[in-house]
Design a protein around this ligand. Structure first.
Ligand code: GLU
Length: 470
């Protein structure tokens, strides 16, 4: 990020202030909401063959107006306390925006996971988890982590096992973390959830012609072009679904080692497989490779999807961004100054605190599943199918003809867990966008979708505090 620009944490706080200024909050309430309530910093060591290594990690708790607090744990060499606090704040706002009844938290361990083998990573993760559990920073009722950058279902399985060993009496132990493998109490559809939510969010934006027009575009999503930064879990799923299900043309892909561009359409799945086999995009046969690919953020396209990390669009490159819509799949990809600049120059940003909330939404479903100790759909799937058979029977009796098999198949289908998760996620993303768009279009003082989203978050959290009598 450019030296003179505000940090990630300051950016999130300034975005908060901009929205809070449009509201009539009681004095001091905004400051209470904005600040992190507490942060636990831990330093621990793990013994390896060649000696001890020391690790430093954090878990920040932002707002506890709802419990448990929720948010991922990231493993990255760049992790620091300020960023963890910014991410924890975004989690509180995110949950409020999509009506998920959690407060916000975030954890980070300063480590490059690529420097360790699986065995070593497991020991490090379990040690970090133990420290957090001891202090109540992992607990099914109080603080529930999930995957984030550099972590996934594997790490969550180690964490849940560590918690279970320390609390064998806790009947809800598996609800202490979400994003687990399905064999360990995870839920179907959690891995794809954030990317899927990005897809649903962009689809819903294109169902709002007035908002689409403000971005200088018209028509639906089909046929629009997009550039995506980062084919990690979020970027890969979002770009893949948009390409395969919505007819979006992917004309640029940025990765660690460079970028790919093409006038036609780059197959996301083919690039993803290529990266798996070759470690990067260089040499991919069906697109042009661009060395030091960051300039590809400035390529001509309708939708730019930064899905990598914070601070990618700054005042240095914002003036050259050509995309009409910036869909923030990552947390904090646009700095506060760049955000102002882009708005003033007619760009529309679909903000992170809304757009990437699909992950925590499905985490909420997983947590509920864990507390209820039963898989979604287990009780009603067959019942739903039998109802369909009865309807078919009645129709056939009335018209005296058999119902065609493709209709029969649809009517006698009972929803499984994945169907229900997708349905809940789609509904959440659609309704939340409608709420944001309504505020954006009806309040004069609200200049953009981000401010509208923050207004919703602040109003909800403020209401929770006020009603509690605090
Ligand atoms: N790490 C994800 C996020 O930033 C998911 C958090 C969760 O599921 O709790 O939203």
């Amino acid at each position: 990020m450019a030296e003179h620009e505000t940090s990630f944490k300051a950016s999130v706080d300034l975005m908060f202030d901009r929205a809070a200024a449009t509201l009539d909050l009681e004095p001091g309430l905004g400051d209470q909401i904005k600040a992190n309530n507490n942060v636990y910093m831990v330093q621990f060591f793990v013994k390896f063959r060649d000696g001890y290594r020391i690790f430093r990690g954090w878990r920040a708790v932002h707002s506890e107006h709802r419990l448990p607090v929720k948010g991922g744990i990231r493993f990255a060499p760049s992790v620091n306390q300020d960023d963890v606090e910014a991410l924890a704040a975004l989690m509180s706002y995110k949950c409020a925006i999509v009506d998920v009844p959690f407060g916000g938290s975030k954890g980070g361990l300063c480590i490059d996971p690529r420097d360790y083998n699986e065995f070593e990573l497991e020991r490090i993760t379990r040690r970090f988890a133990q420290e957090l559990i001891k202090k109540g920073y992992i607990d099914p009722a109080l603080n529930v982590p999930a995957p984030d950058m550099g972590t996934g279902a594997r790490e969550m399985a180690w964490i849940v096992d560590t918690y279970r060993n320390l609390h064998p009496e806790d009947i809800n132990a598996i609800a202490c973390v979400t994003g687990k493998p399905s064999s360990q109490g995870g839920i179907n559809g959690r891995v794809e959830a954030t990317g899927r939510g990005v897809q649903y969010g962009i689809q819903e934006f294109f169902r709002h012609p007035a908002d689409v027009k403000k971005a200088g575009l018209e028509g639906g999503l089909a046929g629009k072009s997009a550039v995506v930064q980062g084919l990690g879990n979020v970027g890969y799923h979002a770009a893949k679904f948009l390409q395969e299900e919505d007819d979006v043309k992917i004309v640029g892909i940025l990765e660690r080692d460079g970028a790919l561009v093409s006038d036609t359409n780059i197959s996301v799945e083919a690039v993803f497989q290529y990266i798996r086999e070759n470690g990067g995009v260089k040499g991919f046969p069906d697109a042009t490779f661009v060395e030091g690919g960051i300039r590809v953020l400035e390529a001509e396209c309708d939708i730019l999807i930064p899905a990598a990390m914070e601070g990618q669009i700054t005042l240095q490159n914002a003036p050259r961004i050509q995309a009409n819509v910036i869909a923030e799949a990552a947390n904090g990809p646009v700095t506060f100054e760049a955000d102002d600049y882009l708005r003033e120059h007619g760009k529309v940003i679909i903000p992170d605190a809304y757009l990437n909330a699909g992950g925590v939404t499905v985490s909420y479903f997983e947590w509920i599943k864990n507390l209820s100790h039963i898989r979604f759909g287990r009780l009603d799937r067959r019942h739903e199918a039998h109802k369909g058979e009865q309807i078919i029977g009645a129709i056939e009796e009335m018209v005296g003809k058999p119902v065609p098999s493709h209709v029969r198949d649809k009517l006698t289908y009972g929803s499984n867990e994945l169907d229900l998760v997708r349905s809940g996620l789609e509904d959440t993303m659609r309704v939340s966008y409608q709420n944001i768009s309504e505020i954006y279009n009806s309040r004069d003082k609200v200049p953009d979708l981000r401010t509208a989203a923050f207004v919703i978050a602040i109003e909800k959290i403020a209401m929770a505090y006020t009603e509690m009598g605090l």
